[in-house]
Design a protein around this ligand. Structure first.
Ligand SMILES: Cc1cc2nc3c(=O)[nH]c(=O)nc-3n(C[C@H](O)[C@H](O)[C@H](O)COP(=O)(O)OP(=O)(O)OC[C@H]3O[C@@H](n4cnc5c(N)ncnc54)[C@H](O)[C@@H]3O)c2cc1C
Ligand SMILES: *[C@@H]1O[C@H](CO)[C@@H](O)[C@H](O)[C@H]1NC(C)=O
Ligand SMILES: *[C@@H]1O[C@H](CO)[C@@H](O)[C@H](O)[C@H]1NC(C)=O
Ligand SMILES: *[C@@H]1O[C@H](CO)[C@@H](O)[C@H](O)[C@H]1NC(C)=O
Ligand SMILES: *[C@@H]1O[C@H](CO)[C@@H](O)[C@H](O)[C@H]1NC(C)=O
Ligand SMILES: *[C@@H]1O[C@H](CO)[C@@H](O)[C@H](O)[C@H]1NC(C)=O
Length: 533
């Protein structure tokens, strides 16, 4: 990340003093914070504030670190972690952080790919950790649910399935992702082509603003409500919960995974996928995974493996018949398909579990303090990549380990106006690319090597992807595309990543930001800047 450039520029002596400085001020920040919280009636201050010298500081910090790149001794640490258990704790925390002029980093599930919910480029910061605010209240009769920010998607899906076999929710695939960051960033999952994004299915929300006020949709107004449906958590306030519109799912649906290799007829498969995946029936979502691997047939050579993973809201016979007509290159057979309930499909997408093997209760497992090293980037493709383009891509990909994930759009996504929510990538986008590389060796050398690889591939892809601006997906946070230091050029800096993430919606986000938080209290490396005064 860009931030680590600062770190590598500092000599280790400088870093040492920097760390000393932080721990020296930590005790007084703690005293000041506790004193401030004590002036608020219901704050239970002593319970919720964890200073650096508290024995549980490290385990609390690590619990929701989801990228080992930000789990090193030199990773900047907060002076305090606040662990509210009630809404009034959050209100008091915001007011005290404002009063003491401390940067507040908000963390729900901690899955931010650049760790910006728990790391900061500012020298002194506090984490507001929402893991205790995790209640989920499902109302199957009117197909709605309230989910608090600190709940995970797995918990949400599990609670829905407890109440109904024919309701689901349109959101992300990894069960440990947090509701707070995911939905505020415009989360998507395998129901995308049928029901759109998570933010297309949000009915109401509770937020604590910079004045410590707890506001619902009516009280916050439609502009702020619009902004927190994809404009990014951390620019506007602390989201406490979202009210969600649950979506109908059939009692039985179908999934499959099929693979081919570029040394076979995979190029034909990919060419056809680009035509079919974004245009087929809305009930079908076919994700494609492209990974450099060692060849299964040619010893010592590398190849690109193409996997297609799909979810179809219907039965296997219908699916085989549709794809037999639209996508013969795939050669899909009924034996490739698995029929199951929606909640079983959640488990299958998680780790390939088949029905009756894994209990849905694993969705309640938060897998604390576990992460590998990783880097993600994103792009949008608006015209199909040609055969020559794909063949050059295979050659490029086998030079490294970075994989690509193609997520098809179309369907419902193309029917929703680009200004309906801050997320702008609707009609005209065939698919989104996620660049993905993970590794397990610690150290700067490996980090630099893999970060470089992902950037090299991103640069290679320039001719094939969206331009002016080259668009990006906020939830695939990537600090390579620009960061803000909130100095003189703050607005210009914000415009760079802001236009890539939000295209024409950036201006409205700036207006909302300027209206609700003109002093820019709620800020992070890629937050929406207020208009310069
Ligand atoms: C393994 C994995 C799988 C993923 N799969 C998907 C997927 O299928 N679909 C998809 O769309 N994305 C996916 N993502 C990306 C994910 O949606 C984003 O990283 C999302 O922001 C994570 O939310 P979080 O609450 O876990 O993260 P956090 O790191 O806690 O927060 C992310 C950002 O939101 C802010 N924030 C968090 N909570 C609040 C709040 N309550 N109020 C205000 N601001 C807040 C944080 O400050 C930070 O800026 C995945 C990420 C990972 C690591
Ligand atoms: C304090 O808590 C009580 C009981 O939980 C509640 O009724 C009251 O509204 C709270 N007061 C404030 C200022 O939050
Ligand atoms: C190539 O395509 C055919 C269908 O045209 C399919 O049956 C076959 O399995 C594919 N081969 C490979 C190696 O993917
Ligand atoms: C799973 O178990 C149920 C009942 O226990 C059974 O009816 C069903 O056929 C099983 N499914 C599979 C795919 O084995
Ligand atoms: C962080 O590092 C420690 C060792 O220094 C390790 O025990 C822990 O599992 C790591 N956690 C994550 C989330 O990487
Ligand atoms: C990747 O590393 C090479 C070799 O050090 C360097 O020349 C190149 O500029 C780097 N590319 C990017 C995009 O960072």
């Amino acid at each position: 990340m860009i931030q680590s450039n600062h770190t590598t520029c500092l000599s280790s002596v400088l870093l040492f003093f920097l760390l000393l400085h932080v721990s020296a001020t930590s005790a007084s920040v703690y005293d000041d914070f506790v004193q401030c919280l004590n002036t608020h009636p219901n704050s239970s201050a002593a319970k919720i504030v964890i200073p650096q010298n508290n024995p549980s500081f490290t385990s609390t910090l690590r619990a929701y670190i989801r990228n080992a790149r930000f789990n090193t001794s030199t990773t900047p640490k907060p002076v305090l972690i606040l662990t509210p258990t009630t809404e009034s704790h959050v209100q008091a925390s915001v007011l005290c952080a404002v009063q003491l002029k401390l940067q507040l980093k908000i963390r729900s599930g901690g899955h931010d790919y650049e760790g910006i919910s728990y790391v900061s480029s500012e020298p002194t910061f506090v984490i507001l950790d929402l893991f205790n605010l995790r209640s989920i209240d499902v109302n199957a009769e009117d197909a709605t649910a309230w989910a608090q920010a600190g709940a995970t998607l797995g918990e949400l899906y599990y609670r829905i399935s407890e109440k109904s076999k024919t309701l689901g929710f349109a959101a992300g695939i990894c069960p440990t992702v947090g509701v707070g960051g995911h939905i505020s960033g415009g989360g998507y999952g395998n129901l995308l082509r049928k029901y759109g994004l998570a933010v297309d299915n949000v009915l109401d929300a509770l937020i604590v603003d910079v004045n410590g006020k707890l506001l619902d949709r009516k009280a916050m107004g439609e502009d702020l409500f619009w902004a927190i449906r994809g404009g990014g958590g951390g620019s506007f306030g602390v989201i406490i919960s979202y009210k969600l519109k649950l979506v109908p799912v059939p009692e039985t649906l179908t999934v499959f995974r099929v693979m081919s290799y570029t040394e076979g007829n995979a190029t034909d498969v990919v060419l056809r996928w680009q035509e079919v995946a974004p245009t087929t029936v809305d009930d079908l979502w076919m994700r494609m995974l492209l990974q450099p691997v060692t060849s299964p047939t040619k010893k010592g050579e590398k190849t690109v493996r193409i996997s297609i993973l799909a979810e179809y809201l219907g039965n296997a016979n219908q699916l085989v018949s549709i794809l037999g007509k639209e996508f013969p290159e795939l050669g899909l057979k009924k034996e490739d398909c698995l029929e199951m309930s929606w909640i079983e499909s959640v488990l299958w997408w998680n780790d390939g579990s088949t029905p009756n093997v894994t209990k849905p209760e694993v969705l309640l497992d938060r897998n604390l303090d576990q992460a590998s090293f990783g880097k993600r980037k994103s792009d949008y493709v608006q015209t199909p990549i040609s055969r020559e383009g794909l063949e050059s891509l295979w050659k490029k990909m086998i030079e490294g380990k970075t994989g690509l994930l193609f997520n098809p759009y179309g369907g419902k996504m193309a029917q929703i106006s680009a200004s309906d929510a801050p997320f702008p990538h609707r009609a005209g986008n065939l698919f989104k690319i996620q660049y993905s590389v993970n590794w397990d060796v610690a150290g700067e050398e490996a980090t630099n090597e893999y970060l470089n690889q992902s950037r090299v591939l991103y640069s290679f892809m320039t001719p094939f992807v969206s331009k002016n601006p080259r668009s990006a997906f906020l939830n695939y946070r990537d600090l390579d595309i620009g960061v803000n230091n909130f100095g003189k050029n703050s607005f210009e800096q914000g415009k760079v990543y802001g236009l890539m993430y939000f295209n024409d919606n950036f201006d409205r986000l700036v207006k909302v930001k300027t209206a609700v938080d003109p002093g820019n209290f709620f800020r992070n490396e890629q937050s929406i800047p207020p208009l310069p005064t």
